[in-house]
Design a protein around this ligand. Structure first.
Ligand code: NDP
Length: 289
């Protein structure tokens, strides 16, 4: 049986990082500006610890100055907002990232709103979200940005295609549906209240799944030759990572498919670096789009 081609997010992310090294060197030699990212971690959630360590290491790999600001679980909202105010004013940091989730006593909404939109490299600030909706240049959240970049680098055309997005979260489902629509796809959005999910997903030439439930998509959901992008990250009882798509069963039907791990995840990480470099280029008045 022929199998869908793998979209190798890991090696693609390496390409993105290699390109960034040159872009950062050029920016520094032309303007004296070296991009900087401040990462704030409140508390010591083990998963968050792993994520922030990865982000700081990624920065080091490409030559972005990075600082990990660790704050105790007992940090008050006022203290965290004060830290953001300080970083908003600090010219060494072009991007500010607050690792979510935050402790319950802190409002993530208030915190995200406090980050200056031009330093909001996660693309979560309402100004950036609004710009994305109306098609203005903005910081695009890293996961959907990474998915669009994966499609582009694989040479998959989007215009005129029927794309189906399963999941409607603010960080994945909603923004990817907007980006696909802006790239001239016809987009259907599905969610937990969608009736007869397979009848929708079976029509997808491009299927993006961001649900957070292992193997919620099987072969009965997939149109022959579809491009399947699996955003989900789930842990099996044995401790292995698995996606939302039943990879082994769906791969033979798909034309292209992303693995988990090694698909959307590495590209998400890479796009944070791209957003940080863009923030620095803008701050230096050296915009490259
Ligand atoms: P959310 O929990 O915020 O959203 C999940 C969405 O899936 C909701 O819109 C929900 O619908 C929908 N949904 C739930 N069950 C079903 C179902 N049975 N059928 C159809 N739709 C359903 O998740 P996120 O978007 O934040 O994340 C999704 C997954 O992607 C997670 O596994 C997460 O870990 C992963 N992720 C991976 C990233 C990466 O870098 N690779 C980055 C971000 C997330 P409703 O709105 O009706 O509740």
């Amino acid at each position: 049986m022929s199998a869908g081609q793998l979209i190798d997010g890991k090696s693609m992310a390496q390409d993105v990082k290699r390109e960034l090294v040159q872009r950062i060197d050029r920016l520094e030699s032309e303007t004296g500006v070296r991009p900087g990212l401040a990462v704030i971690l409140v508390g010591n959630d083990p998963a968050s610890e792993t994520y922030v360590r990865g982000k700081v290491q990624d920065c080091r790999d490409v030559g972005i100055r990075s600082e990990l600001i660790r704050l105790p679980e007992s940090t008050t909202e006022e203290e965290l907002l004060g830290e953001i105010d300080r970083l908003n004013e600090d010219p060494l940091f072009h991007g500010i990232l607050v690792q979510l989730p935050l402790p319950r006593h802190i409002s993530a909404e208030r915190v995200i709103h406090r980050i200056r939109p031009e330093k909001d490299v996660d693309g979560f600030h309402p100004i950036n979200v609004g710009k994305l909706v109306i098609g203005q240049e903005s910081f695009v959240p890293c996961t959907p940005y990474g998915i669009m970049e994966m499609l582009r680098r694989t040479g998959i055309s989007v215009a005129g295609k029927h794309a189906v997005v399963v999941g409607r979260s603010n960080i994945v489902g909603k923004p990817i549906s907007l980006l696909l629509q802006q790239a001239d796809a016809t987009v259907t959005m599905c969610h937990s209240r969608t009736k007869d999910l397979p009848s929708h997903t079976q029509r997808a030439e491009i299927l993006v799944v961001a649900v957070g439930k292992p193997h919620v998509i099987g072969p009965e959901h997939v149109r022959p030759n579809a491009v399947v992008i699996d955003v989900g990250i789930n842990r099996t009882p044995e401790g292995k990572l698995t996606g939302d798509v039943d990879f082994e069963a769906v791969r033979p039907i798909a034309s292209y498919i992303t693995p988990v791990p090694g698909g959307v995840g590495p590209m998400t990480r890479a796009m944070l670096l791209v957003n940080t470099v863009r923030a620095a280029e803008r701050a230096a008045g050296n915009v490259r789009g």
